[in-house]
Write a protein that binds this ligand. Sequence first.
Ligand code: ADP
Ligand code: MG
Length: 674
Amino acid sequence: MKNLLRVLRLALQYRLTFVAAVACSLGVALLWGGNIGTVFPIVEVVIRGDSLQQWVNEEIEESGKTSAEKTAKVKQLRAELPKASAEQQAKIRADISLAESRIDAEHKAQQNYRRAKPYIDNYLPADPFQTVALVILFLLVGTTVKDFLIVGNNVLVARLANLSTFQLRNQFYRRTLRLDLATFNEEGTSDLMSRFTHDMQQVSIGLYVLFGKLIREPLKMVACLIGAGLICWRLMVLSLLVAPIAAVLIRWLARTLKRANRKAMEEMANIYASLEETFRGIKIVKAFTSERQERRRFHNRSKQYYKCSMRIARYNSLARPINEIAGIAAISMALLAGAYLVLSQETHLLGIRMCPRPLNVASLLLFYGMLAGVADPVRKFSDVVTYIQRTIAACDRIYGRLDREPAICDPQRPVKLDRHHSELTFEGVDFGYHADRPVLEDVNLRIKFGETVALVGPNGSGKSTLANLIPRFYDPTAGVVRIDGVALPDARLRDVRRQIGMVTQEVLLFDDTIFNNIRYGSPHATREQAIEAARRAQAHEFIENETPNGYDTPVGTMGGRLSGGQRQRIALARAILRDPPIIILDEATSQIDLESEQAIQEVLEEFHRGRTTLMITHRMSILALADRIVVMQSGRILDVGTHEELLSRCALYGRLYQIQFEQPDSDSKGPLAA
Ligand code: ADP
Ligand code: MG
């Protein structure tokens, strides 16, 4: 509920639109009541065959007659009073006060009629048929105006709903981009996607309904209730006695619906997850011919969603009957009571005074009309319950993410971090993705500016994890990483990440042209600079010769139209163009074939000069570029040294070297061959 209010507050920023929408609703409500009100003159005039002027005169006359009668009766009762016994006296007194209140009511009614008379005399036609025609004209015009107001209202409300979701979407996107990688890993992107699309859509629909029906229908209801109350408010209250029962039922329904909707949204997120996984890995699915298995998995999730939807539908379908039965009960109550009052021309029902003067047929019909006028908005309103619950559930899910503070963020008072020039240090660093399983333990490493350090070690020994601590994708659980003596959490994230060029094993290209992909991260680079970077990354040749449009060739979703090696070279060009003082190459050349490797080695040889380079590689030719080699095992640094030193004293390094050396496609021109 709290989150729904926050969305509403977003919408209420558009004050003018909101006020205009409410004004339209108000107009609709008044005309709705007014149109029903036309029942009265039509019935009076048509049934009696009189004009309204005659009707007023008769009413005044009749009222005068009644009050004269009652006055006479009071006089008679007063005369009887002294002679009566004590028991009788009480009854007579009650009768007197009853008659006196009736005289009062009649006086008031007379006054009202007298006040209305000049207007009726002067402005309304004297002929009964003309009167009816005039009323019908009012009805026509009123309905037309009302419908135009509804159109205006709908457009304004749509504007409110769409503008607010537009804002919410942008807010959500901004916050999501700020979230740290750990959250993304933990929660999965498909869940985010479903919040972003499906849930957001629910909010939009919900706001539309809320601002449309939630304002308009209650106003219509209130207009009719006021109308009914003016005729006979006690009778109205009597007929509303069933309302609390209906309210309790609706409340129960609303709670159940909210729960069901939340479940449905979770199931929808599961469907998204299923879709994302299979579509992304479609090659694997086909290669392993696991279509059947995937189909079954999807079928199960889809079925869960179906079950949820049906639960919602069942509860949903209850909303209308509850409202309708409550409505009909209310009207029956009023019908019975009203019919009794009119037929007996009484003002009391079971000893309780219902109205000051007996009701006439036209008044009662108008009263029923007004109640029917209440029933329609109530009926329309019953859908609102569902929508609101769905919107609340969606808002909770969206804000659940929006409110999450990223674990990695800028410090309150950031320390200035200049371009890296001195050293990069890891001091007693511990890290684990989960609290119970350490991935890095007590890592100490000092890399001087301009030095090239290679990380080697078996799979899963924590090399990539260590590299990921430098751009602060994660923060160490203990210890600290410093650039030029500044602990990373003390500097602004932008300042840290601006220093770093990163090329990883799985290169991510965006669905854009090659040129724009190279330029990603350096948006102000010119075409010439981009081409120069591509040349240095050994990418220029294949871009010019092997792609249909050169630098303007789109690379396809995730770079799917290029080979792995081509993608890595574009990523290298991207890093070169950015000209960062720190380079991280995480198996960045793993997919580049042996022929190009020689060339790549030359690229790196030129590129790593004057920069601090951390590379993770098993390629001997590239390892040759390293000043020092760090051997890692199970999250710990086993040994550090030059190739020769390590070969002579580190058994693990010897084994890794042996494997490389024995591989037929391994490079023989590396330092190890020398
Ligand atoms: P390397 O790059 O040396 O092959 P990694 O640094 O990628 O190794 O992984 C080290 C350990 O951390 C592995 O045991 C791996 O299972 C675990 N790990 C890597 N990434 C994640 C992650 N995002 N969430 C949880 N555990 C991870
Ligand atoms: Mg790795």
